[in-house]
Design a protein around this ligand. Structure first.
Ligand code: ADP
Ligand code: ADP
Length: 224
C-alpha cells in the first residue's frame, strides 16, 4: 500500500537524516516509528507527506509514485503534535477547509463533518475557535480534520506528546478504537513505548537514519 524504496534525505547543510530506508506497509496496517531523538522519524514522515523533498529513492502509494507530486495531491493526511489548526477559523471551518479547497459540495461537507464530529465527540464545539478549546479537544479537531478528508494514509507526528498523562492514555484508546472502526492505514511517530505497544501492528526501530529492527510489539519489547 505504502512503499518506501531506498529513501534518502540529505538536508542542505549536508546532514544525512535518512540513509536508504526500505519499508512496505500493508493496507489497514498501523506502523509505529520509534527511536532516539534525531534518528530521522520526522524526516521520514515529512518526506512521505511531501513537506520535505527527498534526495533520492521513491515513495509509492497504491502502486503510484507520489514523491514527485504536490503534498495536496498525495491523498495523505498528517496530524501534528502542535495541532496546526487555523486560529482565526471555527472548529467547523477548520474541518471544512480541506474539503472546500477540493471543491467538495457543501451539503456533503456538512454530512462528513457531522459524522466525524459525533465519532470524536466534538459536536458541541463546532462554533468555537481553537483558542477556546482544551488541549484534548484541539487534538480531536486535528484528528477530525484528517479523518474528514478520508485519505488513503494517515501520518501522525507525536500527536499526543503535548497532552497530560491522563489525557494521553485516554486518547491512545480512542485512536485504537478509530483504527479498528475505520480500518485506516497509518504511520505513527512516537517516543512513548506504551503508545507504540498499544497501537502498533508493527514497530520500526530507527537509529541514525537507518532501520535497526522491524517487528510486532511483542517481538520488539519482550525479547528473551
Ligand atoms: P527525529 O524525528 O527522529 O527526532 P528528525 O527527522 O527530526 O529526527 O531529524 C533527523 C536528523 O536530521 C537530526 O540530526 C536533525 O538534527 C537533522 N535535521 C532535521 N531537520 C533538519 C534541517 N531542516 N536541516 C538540517 N538538519 C536537519
Ligand atoms: P459560507 O462559506 O457561504 O459562508 P457557511 O460557512 O456559513 O457558508 O456555512 C454554510 C453551511 O455550513 C451552513 O448552512 C451549515 O450547514 C454549515 N455550517 C457552517 N458553520 C457551522 C457551524 N458552526 N455549525 C454547524 N453547521 C455549520
Amino acid at each position: 500500500m505504502l512503499k518506501l524504496n531506498q529513501l534518502i534525505k540529505i538536508y542542505e547543510n549536508g546532514h544525512q537524516a535518512v540513509k536508504g530506508i526500505n519499508l512496505d506497509v500493508k493496507a489497514g496496517e498501523f506502523i509505529v516509528l520509534v527511536g532516539p531523538s534525531g534518528c530521522g522519524k520526522s524526516s521520514i514522515l515529512r518526506s512521505i507527506a511531501g513537506l520535505e523533498a527527498i534526495t533520492s529513492g521513491s515513495i509509492e502509494l497504491d502502486g503510484r509514485r507520489v514523491d514527485p507530486i504536490k503534498p495536496a495531491a498525495r491523498d495523505i493526511a498528517m496530524v501534528f503534535q502542535n495541532y496546526a489548526l487555523y486560529p482565526h477559523m471555527t472548529v467547523y471551518d477548520n474541518l471544512a477547509y480541506g474539503l472546500k479547497n477540493r471543491g467538495v459540495e457543501k451539503s456533503l461537507i456538512d454530512r462528513k463533518i457531522r459524522r466525524v464530529a459525533t465519532t470524536l465527540k466534538i459536536e458541541d464545539y463546532l462554533d468555537r475557535k481553537p483558542a477556546k478549546l482544551s488541549g484534548g479537544q484541539r487534538q480531536r479537531v486535528a484528528m477530525g480534520r484528517a479523518i474528514v478528508r478520508d485519505p488513503k494514509l494517515f501520518l501522525f507526528d507525536e500527536p499526543l506528546s503535548n497532552l497530560d498523562a491522563a489525557l494521553r492514555a485516554h486518547m491512545r484508546l480512542e485512536i485504537k478504537k478509530l483504527q479498528r472502526e475505520l480500518g485506516v492505514t497509518s504511520v505513527y511517530v512516537t517516543h512513548d513505548q506504551v503508545e507504540a505497544m498499544t497501537l502498533a501492528d508493527r514497530i520500526v526501530v530507527l537509529n541514525q537514519g537507518e532501520i535497526e529492527q522491524v517487528g510486532t510489539p511483542s517481538e520488539i519489547y519482550h525479547q528473551p
